[in-house]
Design a protein around this ligand. Structure first.
Ligand code: ZN
Ligand code: ZN
Length: 353
């Protein structure tokens, strides 16, 4: 990837004063000072935004506004999970250039920064899951940082373009990512035109705030709540509650175990609404080559099933198939296991790059 693209993206992403203030704030060990350290930091503006929907008490809020609030939550969650996450971060299916742009635009209406920033950082999360380099590890940095704080940390401000070169090569995607205000502002204006001031406060701001926190629970709570079916070497869990609220993202342990699958609920009882919609989109030709999970990964926790399917269960395969094997921590497995894990991770990165 040319450095021109990297420069183009980075040059759009600097605000020296704000960065200095934020950096100073991060140096403080006191969480209260860290939170209130700068009155006009992006973080405090973000917190202030949570009070905007209260304006609904002083204006008329129509039934249409409430219905649209729910619709906008649902639609935007879909674009985040299907677009930002499964398509741009993991390439779990194919889209043509038009639909690729539409998925990026739809996801950016959520106001969660640009598509290249979001998906690039997500690839970092998988690469270093629950290690110090993981931008939002609950295990390393606690709930607040993993849920919200990391977004405002100057360390994570830049677009990690080297992680997302495969999409940074498209000029229209770079344009959208650079001008990440266009999509949310367009939706805000549209909400106002459809449902008046109540539409702005409730359909736009309230649904945006709920979408923020619902998305953020995947970074924070899915590494704490739920069950670990597969040994992934990190704290990722499966939570049916979070799977329902996030349209399928709660099957996070499955996802960490095999990241390329467009489907995150791997069994019939694991409801994955995003996958259902993607499947329907594949019937009309919008989405192509939906990747499913191979049986050797799906049943990796059930060796008897693997044998029944005629899949050989090699003793070492349990480790090599586990991206970020837990055995890394085990002294008994030694450097051989470490080498295997690194190879597996390298292979995985090659697949997504
Ligand atoms: Zn992921
Ligand atoms: Zn995770």
């Amino acid at each position: 990837m040319s450095t021109t693209i990297e420069n183009k993206i980075e040059s759009s992403d600097h605000d020296d004063l704000a960065e200095k203030v934020q950096t100073a704030r991060y140096k403080s060990k006191n969480w209260f000072i860290r939170m209130l350290g700068s009155s006009f930091s992006g973080e405090n503006m973000f917190i202030a935004m949570h009070f905007i929907p209260l304006a609904g008490f002083f204006t008329e809020v129509t039934a249409t506004a409430w219905v649209l609030c729910a619709v906008l939550y649902f639609v935007r969650m879909f674009f985040i999970t299907a677009g930002y996450h499964r398509y741009f971060a993991h390439r779990a299916f194919r889209l043509n250039r038009f639909w690729q742009f539409m998925f990026a635009f739809g996801a950016q209406t959520s106001g969660q920064k640009g598509v290249l920033w979001w998906s690039g950082h997500h690839r970092e999360h998988h690469k270093y899951s629950d290690k110090l380099e993981d931008p939002h590890s609950l295990k390393q940095y606690g709930f607040y940082e993993s849920h919200i704080g990391w977004i405002f940390n100057p360390k994570h401000k830049r677009v990690p373009v080297e992680k997302i070169k495969d999409f940074a090569k498209y000029p229209e995607i770079r344009f959208l990512s650079k001008h990440d205000w266009i999509a949310p502002w367009s939706l805000g204006v549209l909400s106002f035109l459809i449902a008046g001031w109540g539409g702005l406060w409730i359909c736009f701001f309230l649904s945006t705030i709920i979408t923020y926190h619902s998305t953020f629970t995947i970074n924070s709570l899915t590494h704490k709540w739920g069950k670990k079916r597969y040994q992934t070497g990190d704290e990722s869990r499966n939570s049916w509650v979070l799977a329902l609220t996030t349209l399928g993202e709660g099957w996070h342990n499955n996802h960490h175990f095999y990241q390329h699958s467009a489907r995150q609920g791997w069994f019939w009882y694991e409801i994955d609404i995003t996958y259902m919609i993607l499947k329907a989109m594949s019937w009309v030709g919008i989405v192509k080559d939906l990747r499913d999970v191979p049986a050797k990964f799906k049943f990796a926790h059930r060796p008897e099933k693997l044998r029944e399917l005629g899949i050989e269960v090699a003793p070492e395969r349990t480790n090599t198939n586990q991206l970020g094997s837990k055995n890394l921590k085990s002294k008994s497995t030694g450097s051989k296991s470490e080498k295997r894990r690194k190879n597996t991770l390298r292979n995985h990165e090659e697949m997504i790059a």
